[in-house]
Design a protein around this ligand. Structure first.
Ligand SMILES: NC(=O)c1ccc[n+]([C@@H]2O[C@H](COP(=O)([O-])OP(=O)(O)OC[C@H]3O[C@@H](n4cnc5c(N)ncnc54)[C@H](O)[C@@H]3O)[C@@H](O)[C@H]2O)c1
Length: 267
């Protein structure tokens, strides 16, 4: 078999059962990496992993709620054991609960902070521990955190979500700084995807209608497209290709960066 960009690499993708995570997992596999999917959706996660395995790489599923420190430890061990190493982490799992500021609910704020901020922070922690010299995998690697164009613009009805994604952006920089300075051999970058028509993306479009900011879903989507110089929504493959790049040797001198994949919406 000819060498591909990520041949021999071993990846864990959180929230990889569906949507952007599933597309990133497939793209990593297409580039030659073996892949573990970590998600709270076991049936769908196993199905997605089985689909990826059909493309000829090793692929598996591990139950992982990214808000749980203990489950992270088990997921990293399972990745090292199943794939024979661990040198790519895609911190993709995330949730969005739409609300105008005046209607925010404390429990929704806490839930978004838990999954989007705590989840990414724990992911970096366990990836660094495993990938740094002397760690369970010990061969360095790459972490890609999935932030959002929401970290770079002001979009109504997603204030807390946007705040959590700005936190992901900042944690990416500090993580990259520590991993570089402390000689872990791990690069850390993030992506700012634009609106993609996944379950999350389409629910946001209908929520925008529900809070009275657009007359219907077509108008909500149309307004995003209008704000996007390349004049379309993101496709999951756009985001997946950028993730593959950031994990690859072509990005070997890139760390602490945020890469927009938003058709120019956030420029
Ligand atoms: N869809 C968009 O328009 C868009 C735009 C910018 C950024 N993003 C970000 O991309 C990422 C993926 O979004 P998506 O559109 O594919 O969403 P999605 O809702 O379709 O999929 C999210 C996945 O994350 C999993 N997940 C949720 N909570 C989890 C937890 N606690 N532990 C483990 N897994 C968990 C879900 O089960 C699901 O498989 C998110 O971080 C999201 O914020 C999405």
């Amino acid at each position: 078999m000819s060498e591909k960009r990520l041949t021999g690499r071993k990846a864990l993708v959180t929230g990889g059962a569906r949507g952007i995570g599933a597309a990133i997992a497939q793209a990593l596999a297409d580039a030659g990496a073996s892949v573990m999917i970590g998600d709270i959706l076991a049936d769908l996660g196993k199905e997605t992993a089985a689909g990826i395995a059909r493309s000829g790489v090793k692929a598996g599923f591990v139950a992982l709620d990214v808000t749980d420190d203990g489950q992270w430890e088990k997921a990293v061990s399972a990745t090292v054991e199943t794939l024979g190493g661990f040198d790519i982490l895609i911190n993709n799992a995330g949730i969005e609960i739409t609300s105008l500021v005046v209607d925010l609910k404390a429990e929704d704020i806490r839930r978004m902070l838990d999954v989007n901020v705590l989840g990414v922070a724990l992911g970096m922690k366990h990836a660094f521990r495993a990938m740094r010299p002397g760690g369970a995998a010990g061969a360095g690697g790459a972490v890609v955190n999935v932030a959002s164009v929401a970290a770079t613009i002001a979009f109504p009805a997603i204030s807390v979500y946007s705040g959590t994604k700005s936190a992901v952006d900042r944690m990416t920089r500090v993580g990259a700084m520590e991993a570089g300075k402390l000689g872990y051999g791990v690069r850390v970058n993030c992506l700012y995807p634009g609106l993609a028509p996944t379950e999350m993306g389409m629910k946001l479009a209908s929520d925008i209608v529900a809070v009275g900011l657009a007359p219907d879903v077509n108008a909500a989507v149309g307004s995003v497209v209008e704000q996007t110089p390349l004049a379309r929504l993101a496709e999951v493959g756009d985001i997946a290709d950028a993730a593959v790049f950031l994990c690859s040797n072509e990005a070997r001198f890139i760390t602490g960066a945020g890469l927009p994949v938003d058709g120019g919406m956030g420029m």
